[in-house]
Design a protein around this ligand. Structure first.
Ligand code: ADP
Ligand code: ASP
Ligand code: MG
Length: 407
């Protein structure tokens, strides 16, 4: 007998028929003698719909009130799933995040989970009930409803699994596992049976939305066995492993991409100590996260060009701030581009292989794709390219590194 935490995403609970199918799957697992805690997302499209309503009233909705609104999406699903379970003779109880004490900090719209009190869930499990928990939401120390950022139900599930010391956390979604890249972009993408935790963390942080990055961080911290599977077909899915040795190491495991990028450049800023701080200080004071940074040596040696990337949602604000800063610094010009994307190669095997970057750049060059920025680490290489090259770039790299072929 095992304790399993299952999470079903928006598409998997997108209609009453699908909710009924989820209930049947949950019941089957329980009938086989397992204890089940089920974390669910809002029905597909619902979170977007609610955000649309809020923005129709206030262009920048109050973060606190937005959380009150968004949390309703998941509340609908927990109730419907519990009803569907009861309907087929499976005792169940639904709970909002607050009711099972998913305690978070107070950063509305992107709250972090601090603690979960498992007592209530354990009592239900002992009484033979399936526990159904609303994903994506929690409550802060003052009792305010919070949400965990888009895709946050993954994190709720892993955090609940960690709190209850579950035997496995299963993320059911609309693909049957983690692929070498998003199968919607490259139909030849190959499903991975296993991926190391480190690679999954990198893929998620570089834009693979199959798992929210915080869920992977949580799984790593608490060593939660994590699996991604399909709610529409049977199969073992993809296991996120913690032992690197057990995995046959491909040089490249996958390709991630991120469409949410924008870049800003200050041209002709004085090449003096402290300038980088002067440019980025006001950006970070505005709570805008900076990702890649490049500083060039200008030809005249007295000035330099400074480029950095931010989330596309922060682009307009960042541009305004940078213009203000650069007026004071006497920079020649400020430019920006929010039609860029970041494409990244990820693989722990890269550590022991030279020439990966050259091969990557060669493959992009053959397609006539100009690279605007580059950044590397031990297990990844990222490039920024024009948005229009996203599909072409991903497919060219998938092909060049033969990711469609089994390891
Ligand atoms: P859910 O609503 O179940 O949380 P998401 O849409 O958040 O589902 O995540 C699943 C989607 O992630 C897939 O439909 C797929 O398009 C996308 N995706 C991106 N990168 C990958 C990848 N490497 N492997 C599998 N799916 C990926
Ligand atoms: N419903 C939320 C969203 O759409 C959380 C989730 O689905 O994980 O982002
Ligand atoms: Mg998701």
């Amino acid at each position: 007998m095992a304790l399993i935490v299952q999470k079903y995403g928006g598409t998997s609970v997108g209609s009453v028929e699908r909710i009924a199918a989820v209930a049947q799957r949950v019941k089957d697992w329980r009938d086989r003698g397992n204890d089940l805690v089920v974390v669910v997302s809002a029905m597909s499209g619902e979170t977007d719909r609610l955000i649309g309503l809020a923005k129709a009233i206030q262009p920048r909705p109050s973060p606190r009130e937005l959380d009150v609104l968004l949390a309703t999406g998941e509340q609908v699903t927990i109730a419907l799933l519990s009803m569907a379970l009861e309907h087929i003779g499976c005792p169940a109880r639904s709970y909002t995040g607050g009711q099972v004490h998913i305690l978070t900090d107070s950063a509305h719209n992107k709250a972090r989970i601090r603690d979960i009190d498992g007592a209530r869930m354990r009592a239900d499990l002992e009484a033979g009930r399936v526990v159904v928990v609303a994903g994506f939401q929690g409550v802060d120390e003052h009792g305010n409803i919070t949400t965990l950022g888009r895709g946050g139900s993954d994190t709720s599930a892993v955090a609940v699994a960690a709190a209850l010391k579950a035997d496995e956390c299963q993320i059911y979604t609309d693909v049957d596992g983690v692929y070498t890249t998003d199968p919607r972009i490259e139909p030849r993408a190959r499903k991975l049976d296993r991926i190391t935790f480190e690679e999954m963390l990198e893929m998620a942080s570089l834009g693979s939305k199959v798992l929210q990055i915080r869920s992977v961080e949580f799984a790593g911290k608490y060593k939660v066995p994590l699996r991604v599977l399909s709610s529409f077909q049977e199969g073992a899915g993809t296991l996120i492993t913690f032992e690197e040795e057990s995995v046959e190491q491909a040089v490249i495991s996958g390709i991630a991409f991120n469409r949410d990028e924008a870049k800003l450049t200050a041209l002709g800023v004085p090449d003096q100590p402290g300038v980088a701080q002067k440019i980025l200080g006001p950006i970070s004071d505005a709570n805008i996260e900076v990702d890649m940074i490049i500083q060039n040596i200008a030809a005249d040696e007295a000035t330099t060009d400074f480029t950095f990337t931010v989330h596309r949602n922060d682009y307009a604000r960042a541009l305004e701030i940078l213009r203000g800063t650069c007026d004071g610094l006497g920079a020649r010009q400020v430019t920006g581009d929010d039609r860029i994307v970041k494409i990244s190669l990820v693989g722990v095997g890269m550590r022991s292989h030279a020439g990966i970057a050259a091969k990557m750049f060669g493959a992009l060059a053959r397609e006539g794709i100009n690279i605007r920025m580059i950044s590397t680490s031990e297990i990844k290489i990222s490039v920024v390219v024009d948005e229009k090259y996203l599909e072409l770039g991903v497919r060219a790299l998938h092909d060049a590194f033969e990711l469609d072929q089994a390891r």
